[in-house]
Design a protein around this ligand. Sequence first.
Ligand SMILES: [Zn+2]
Length: 702
Amino acid sequence: MRHPRWRRSLAAAIAVTAIIATLGTQPTYAAPAAAPPLSAGEIALVRVELPNEDMVQELIAAGADLANRPRANAGKVQVDLVLNDSDLAALTARGARAVKVIQRAQDGTARHQASVRAAALRRAKGVRTDVRTAEATDTLHFLQAYWWVVGGQTFVQTQVATTATDDPDVEITVTWRTADGTTGSFELFRFEDADEYQYHVALPQPVPSRPVQLVATSSLGGVSRPTTPLAWPNATPPPLPSGYQKDFVDAYMTPIDIRARIARLGRQYRDLVDVINLPHQTQGYRRTAAAYLGDPAVAAVVVESVRFGDQNMNGIQVRSVDPGAANRPLTARLRDRVITVSLATDATGATTSTTNDVAAVINSQFPGRFTAFIEDGSAGLRMPVAGPTALDDGLRGDAPPRPWTVQALRIGVHRDGSRVGVLAYSQEHAREWATPLVTLEFAERLLANSRTDPATRRLLEQVDIFVLPTVNPDGANLSFADFNFQRKNMVNHCTGAQRDPRLRNAWGVDVNRNYTVGSLFDGYFGASTNCLSGTFAGTGELSEAESRNVIALAAAHPNIKFGMNVHSFGGYFMWPPGAYKVPGRITLPRPSIDESAYFLASARRIVGAIASERGTVTWPSQTGPVADVLYSAAGNSADQLYYELGIFAWDFELGTDIWNPATAEWEGVGFQPPFAEAHAEAMEYATGLMELIRVAAEYGTA
Ligand SMILES: [Zn+2]
């Protein structure tokens, strides 16, 4: 199979399809079985082990999007990439290794292939060849030390910093002791971000009971002071009254389902709800129609309609014909929905038109109606007699092919701007199917309990709540009907050969890279200029209706002081800054000490509320500023809300890893887990949003 030119470099290959989902610290003792190979052209979510950290930076710079923070183990990292067989081959040729296939495209039956993440392992103890001197001894201190219990199992997690920041070989071991004198230890791993040393850290470690003392030691001889770990998050929401109503979602919901739910809530609770139509209609579930004239593997021209396929363009045919006479010019005409290209002939009657000629005649003959470009690899070749072949947009779903009006719910007793406002919004990323379940469950709990629970009623007196369940309905429609890994919207800004219909699943703009603060266009890291990248930032700041809608809603209601941007997966709870510049890892301005303390204190309450549902504890290592606990995301919406509009702007990533006691491993849940898991996530994060409302109510009445 011929590989188009865009696949020939690693950067281009990854920019096209890479969607890094998870990076985890991995053990080195158990070599996983070889991953099943992908068939030709197949796309899948694959766990890949990269030979070094530089390759991770290269992937990010090339536009890969990460759901988890890069973490290294013994110089190697594992990443989960959405890629095709060619991409995988390109990586393998450079020393990467496929570990396992997690999920295949359009594989509805195997959505939940639990990813493997191991408890930390002592690094292999090689003989040190470097010479240490006495002054090499480092100083250690704990940045974080927390313990908690999930499902009867106690965990401890720490971050430790060494003063030997430039020594990549420093090994740090944490020794714990419980009240009954039991002891044990675990190894930490060096964490660098953007080439800057951050600290040493490990995944949460199982311990037999609450640890009362921790000591860190380093291979350079440094020893920390003993520390007593703190309980995490050490916050519990108020108990629910008997008869409290919840559980209002029973299946994944498409944008059409969500629209129906919004309409029903608006009708059912007229006294408490306004349905807001946001000002910027999206493009809708639609694409232009295209066809290959000729054989793409031999010689072909791509013919594309200027209008969308649903605008009477699907089904128009194109063909090239031999006029059957000598010395004929090249012509093109459209009659009865068939474009006929009559090829030029020479004195002997042989056809002489090339692919270049055919593309040019279509472009000149049908301006504003059809465009044509030469299929990659076909330039200058003799155009064969071909077709007829039908133009098609390739869309199989039944979502209406019309511009979409994005809707929000406004919920409260006093919806006049006099009360502190909270904005909860979800599904900026189309494939994150569980996220609108969270915001809709939250909305319906508020409304259903408003008539029976005095505490809920009081919150609705005090807070003005805005709920935007699906920011990106077009991408969501595509994700449900056509390509489940779709992350971006459906607006195709590509030009030239990047409009080849074989690249359809890579088109679109990453809505959460299209905002104006700390953006790619300002020089920040973590977004791409490549229209085929998973983190394509758009043609400019706020080029997309989806991002403009979020800002329009927030800006039109200056009483909004709190925001929650709901994503999945990985189990994070984050706040600004969410972007930095490289080199130097220069972040957007840090919140003040007071504000940082407020972010953290409020976060602990909300993490505690999430944990109250089924014991899920968001790890302390994944609670903090985006740029510190995840990665740099240039031009994201939370930074926009915080820095431009003065909103305390948080992000959820649903879906904390689940501890498997049988294997002693943390297992990832994925973008589209079996519904039972998505349902559980909806319940726990809706409870988290409820705690955010309490935080806001206290702020508003303080
Ligand atoms: Zn997301």
